[in-house]
Design a protein around this ligand. Structure first.
Ligand code: T4K
Length: 395
């Protein structure tokens, strides 16, 4: 590449975005934020112009908290400014010490939260079929220093909650689920938020349910933990004259809570539309050699999915590599993403500390995975456009 050339891929991406022959369809990004009708949001925030109360646990915050406790069927839902601060605060609030068994097949946040909470991540391999933490592997990693397990419901694929629960019980370990992708899902009729000691959600703009930025910790009846979480997210302040903990600022504002309240009204419809699009992907691509879906739509299973991602694994039989497919799609204005490549134990910031070779399944999967565009509403035409581009990439 000459010095004057644009960075790798940027020129092609810009060309595809602005010079596409098919303006009806592209660009198609990996997802697109769900938004309520503008008038609905304006009506929701109008009272704030009267009250001038914009943050620090106001009325909208309270309304959203209650609505989420009802929907997710939990005793306590503690709202945060984002999923990452919610995750870190949970680990700190549990006053843990030592090693946390976790997965490297995830977004940076999961591993960083453990490290930033002063704990040691111990990387467990994942299950080939769905990318979630493998409880059998976790069992081999338990030591006297293990204090908790932090699995991820990656892509909304619900972990083996029974296996993980049994292991935790046997060794007296806490279980904190990173449920960033699993909002609103149910297993055998039970809300996914009810598993483990805590479930942590992200309400980022790219998530199935969003409050622009936001997150929450869901608990089942632990007043002590709820109080510590509330203190941590607000500098440790008890009242004007008392500060009990070394907290930070991770409060959800009234404007964010208002967006959450609006989006919540449309949540079921959004999920329906996502699953509809995902079903079309399956219809078009399920029989393609070398392409395996990691995001199921199977209504026969005990899980009610939310259609968070359309993740596929590309193996040898497909004809071109995952990276070649990714590049070919971007030239056609389809911006798929390699979530989650590389694994977090391959990050430069953990070199010499963590080793991707210790989790061969996760490493292999991360080299194959690609998330195709999925959002609500995504038309059949748009899904077909992506599927055609996937099939043409093999030619
Ligand atoms: N645990 C897990 C397992 C997670 O996946 C995440 C977050 C967390 C914890 C932490 O939760 P938060 O602290 O974020 O609440 C995105 C998101 O920023 C991140 O929230 C998410 N996981 C991760 C998987 O994806 P990027 O850097 O890939 O996003 P970006 O900016 O490239 O956006 C992707 C596409 O989404 C864009 O091409 C277009 C669309 N988009 C994006 C934004 C920002 C929109 O339509 N609207 C938007 O406002 O990380």
């Amino acid at each position: 590449m000459s010095k004057t050339e644009a960075p790798f891929g940027l020129r092609q991406r810009l060309e595809a975005m602005f010079c596409s022959n098919d303006q009806r369809h592209t660009p198609l990004t990996v997802t697109r934020s769900s938004l309520p009708p503008l008038a609905e949001y304006v009506a929701e925030i109008a009272p704030l112009w009267e009250s001038h109360w914009l943050t620090n646990m106001g009325q909208k915050h309270e309304e959203l908290r209650q609505a989420l406790e009802d929907l997710l069927e939990v005793d306590d839902c503690v709202l945060f400014a984002n999923g990452h601060s919610a995750l870190q605060a949970t680990l700190e609030a549990m006053e843990l010490c030592g090693e946390v068994i976790t997965t490297p097949f995830t977004f940076s946040s999961t591993t960083h939260a453990i490290v930033r909470a002063g704990l040691t991540p111990v990387m467990c391999d994942v299950r080939w079929e769905d990318g979630t933490l493998d409880p059998e592997c976790a069992e081999t990693l338990v030591t006297d220093c293990t204090c908790a397990i932090l699995p991820v419901h990656v892509y909304g694929n619900v972990c083996d909650v029974e296996g993980i629960g049994a292991l935790a019980k046997l060794h007296n370990l806490k279980v904190i689920y990173d449920a960033a992708h699993a909002f609103g899902e149910r297993v055998g009729g039970v809300s996914v938020a009810r598993f483990g000691d805590a479930s942590v959600f992200s309400f980022h703009a790219t998530k199935v349910f969003n409050s622009v930025e936001g997150g929450a910790v869901c608990l089942r009846g632990s007043d002590g933990l709820r109080r510590r979480l509330e203190l941590l997210r607000n500098f440790g302040i008890v009242d004007e004259e008392h500060v009990e903990g070394v907290g930070f600022n991770a409060k959800m504002s009234e404007l964010h809570a208002s967006m959450g309240l609006c989006n919540l009204r449309h949540h079921q419809e959004n999920v329906k539309q996502r699953l509809h699009a995902l079903a079309r992907y399956h219809e078009r691509l399920a029989d393609v050699r070398g392409l395996r879906f990691l995001s199921p739509v199977d209504t026969q299973t005990a899980v009610e999915y939310n259609g968070a991602y359309c993740a596929v694994a590309i193996s040898d039989g497909f004809g071109v590599t995952r990276d070649e497919l990714h590049e070919s799609l971007s030239k056609r204005g389809v911006f798929a993403r390699k979530y989650f490549y590389p694994c977090t134990n391959a990050y430069a910031c953990y070199a010499g500390v963590l080793d991707p070779n210790e989790t061969p399944v996760a490493r292999h999967l991360s080299e194959q995975v690609l998330c195709l565009p999925l959002f609500a509403p995504m038309s059949y035409d748009q899904v077909d456009f992506v599927c055609d581009a996937v099939l043409q990439a093999r030619a």
